[in-house]
Design a protein around this ligand. Structure first.
Ligand code: DHB
Ligand code: FE
Length: 280
């Protein structure tokens, strides 16, 4: 049977893609951010997951404002990357796992969640930047992926309660997959940031630090929060925190924190990283 071995939450800022491409790991601005990742990669080397389910949001590459599914899931053999406008170098395609994807689609459908299934899907920085941070080398035996895309771009955006519920169902769906495989779940994006409008540049460190703690010990703390309250506290794009909630709800009981890092600012964002091991 499939087993959830852990979860990783990480910000997905496009400037990180440029910093990676330009080898800025030791640069004083970037070092405190990049230094968060080696312990997480060491954990991945030890646990060796077979597949990563990447809960992320598309920023106008695969979906645009004319067609915006609340939840969409990839069911392709591979996922190509393209640049949705930030000028980040395009990277090699990612390997899919269509059998697992269809199992998840069917299981979630049986639990009355209506997802948009995508047999072709381009992935943007919300997916590729975390993958590059966590698996910088990808060869023939690279990890398989399932993109799980959540609208955070155009309202109405799913509430924290809805995201916790679909996350729980995702956890059940993974654990009912009959193949023996180790699954890691990524929740990308966040923490607080607002890129436009009157509050452009808004960061809320106090809220971010509470998120870093509560996502581990009490994710249901956020279940009665409306998306508008979340935007008020985290900034318009800080609503990406709902992706962390999906990941965490899929993991179930309180996980063990392997490593964490929080650094502000990276670009316009409070950058958070958490590596969580499933306690078996
Ligand atoms: C930034 C952060 C994001 O999450 C994003 O999608 C785009 C830009 C930023 O901080 O610059
Ligand atoms: Fe984003």
């Amino acid at each position: 049977m499939a087993k959830i071995v852990g979860g990783i939450c990480t910000s997905h800022i496009p400037a990180i893609g440029n910093a990676i491409a330009n080898d800025l790991f030791e640069d004083p601005y970037w070092k405190p951010f990049f230094d968060g990742y080696p312990p997480v990669r060491a954990w991945l080397d030890k646990v060796k997951p077979d597949v990563a389910i990447v809960v992320y949001n598309d920023h106008g590459l695969n979906f645009f404002l004319d067609k915006m599914p609340t939840f969409a899931i990839g069911a392709a053999k591979e996922y190509k990357n393209d640049d949705e406008g930030w000028g980040i170098p395009t990277i090699d395609p990612f390997k899919g796992d269509p059998e697992l994807s269809w199992h998840l689609i069917n299981s979630l459908h049986d639990e009355e969640f209506d997802l948009c299934s995508c047999q072709e899907m381009l992935v943007d920085h919300g997916f590729t930047v975390p993958m590059s941070l966590l698996w910088p080398e990808r060869g023939e035996d690279q990890i398989k992926t399932v993109p799980f895309c959540v609208n955070t771009v155009q309202h109405p955006v799913a509430s924290p309660r809805r995201c916790l519920a679909i996350g729980e169902a995702l956890g059940r769906a993974i654990e009912s997959y009959p193949e023996d495989c180790k699954v890691v779940i990524l929740g990308t994006g966040g923490l607080s940031h607002q890129l436009d409008g009157e509050r452009a540049g808004f960061i809320n460190k106090e809220f971010d630090l509470e998120c870093m703690e509560k996502i581990v010990s009490d994710p249901y703390h956020y279940q009665n929060m409306s998306i508008h309250e979340l935007v008020k506290l985290a900034g318009a794009q800080g609503s990406e925190f709902i992706l962390w909630l999906i990941m965490r709800a899929a993991m179930g009981k309180t996980p063990q924190v392997i490593h964490q890092n929080y650094h502000i600012p990276i670009s316009n964002t409070g950058a958070g990283l958490l590596c969580l091991d499933t306690v078996s």
